[in-house]
Design a protein around this ligand. Structure first.
Ligand code: NAP
Length: 305
């Protein structure tokens, strides 16, 4: 067991990094633990255009700037996955794959993960033509035919990014209307991205890599096979809530952690912030929730002492 902390932040995306910074600045001995690298899914955003102060910034660039800032304050452990959280003798114990740490308060900011389509071929061709991140893998498909699946902000942004780097992009959406911001939809039209409406992807086929997909046209009620080399699945996200479920933190019917306005969960001195709480999933909201969670922890610990 390593030293005791006042606050441990689990997950270092924008919410967690902001919480860490606010925690230390309020005088709390703070540790941040992250299973990957700081930034979370925001690392994958090709461009962010609605974070105040930055007209246009890459998701990874923004995350790196945040990390640089927070590292001046908080202790950060990257590549260390938290396996369990337990309440022992009135303190929280955060157990990772490498160690365990005691803390008076915990903020959960574990974010979300990509939703999977669940069709035949998805597991088989992952990394061999299938990707969930255009900014990470798009480069390999320059000048090649790619399909993006989805109709939300993420799918449209992925399609625009891929078009911009020179891919031949088709967007497949299961309905006849996008869910994405109108502004993004206009950019999609302007960029000339081909859209297949009312289309459901049924199967992914290939040999060593993806070669085609089977699409069901809901309007014409027919199936056809579309040749493709890259498939980018962008159909939303699901909460990373295993830690919360294990320790008994209340979640809603979709698995997002329920908090009050001060980011408090149903458990004493446990808070949640960012995408794991659902709602409006934007970097600016995640940062705000991180700041509120750390401030609530500070206030509650003041009462405790
Ligand atoms: P989303 O808004 O939940 O959209 C998911 C899309 O995938 C929907 O169009 C949905 O179709 C479709 N879909 C879901 N399950 C499917 C399935 N099994 N098969 C086929 N299609 C399926 O997810 P998102 O685009 O990842 O965005 C997540 C959140 O982040 C949103 O709040 C979004 O506003 C935010 N975000 C914002 C920006 C930005 O630039 N402002 C960028 C990225 C993300 P239906 O429409 O038919 O339901």
């Amino acid at each position: 067991m390593k030293k005791d902390y006042d606050l441990i932040v689990v997950g270092a995306g924008p919410a967690g990094m902001t919480a860490g910074m606010y925690g230390v600045r309020s005088g709390l001995e703070t540790l941040m633990v992250e299973k990957g690298i700081c930034g979370g899914l925001s690392n994958e955003a090709p461009e962010i255009e609605n974070y105040p102060g930055f007209k246009k910034v890459g998701g990874m660039e923004l995350a790196e700037k945040m990390k640089e800032q927070v590292a001046e304050y908080a202790e950060i452990k990257e590549l260390e996955e938290v396996k369990k959280i337990e309440f022992v003798k009135k303190e929280w114990v955060v157990i990772t794959e490498k160690d365990s740490y005691r803390s008076k308060a915990v903020i959960i900011s574990t974010g979300t993960k990509h939703r999977r389509l669940g069709v035949k071929g998805e597991d088989e061709f992952l990394g061999r033509g299938i990707s969930y991140c255009a900014a990470c893998d798009g480069f390999f498909f320059r000048d090649k035919p790619v399909i993006v699946v989805g109709g939300g902000d993420s799918a449209v942004r992925e399609a625009l990014y891929l078009k911009n780097i020179g891919c031949e992009v088709t967007l497949i959406h299961r309905r006849e209307k996008l869910r994405a911001e109108r502004y993004l939809e206009k950019n999609l039209e302007k960029a000339g991205v081909h859209i297949l409406w009312n289309s459901v992807l049924k199967e992914i086929k290939g040999d060593k890599a993806v070669r085609s997909v089977v699409r069901y046209d809901r309007e014409r009620e027919i199936e056809d096979e579309l040749p493709v080399e890259g498939l980018f699945i962008s159909i939303g996200e699901e909460p990373v809530n295993e830690l919360a479920a294990h320790v008994g933190i209340e979640t809603d019917k979709n698995g997002y952690i329920i908090t009050d306005k001060s980011q408090r969960t149903n458990l004493e001195r446990v808070y949640a912030a960012g995408d794991i709480t659902g709602g409006v999933r934007q970097v600016v909201v995640a940062c705000a929730e991180g700041a509120i969670a750390a401030t609530s922890a500070y206030n509650d610990l003041l009462e405790l002492s």
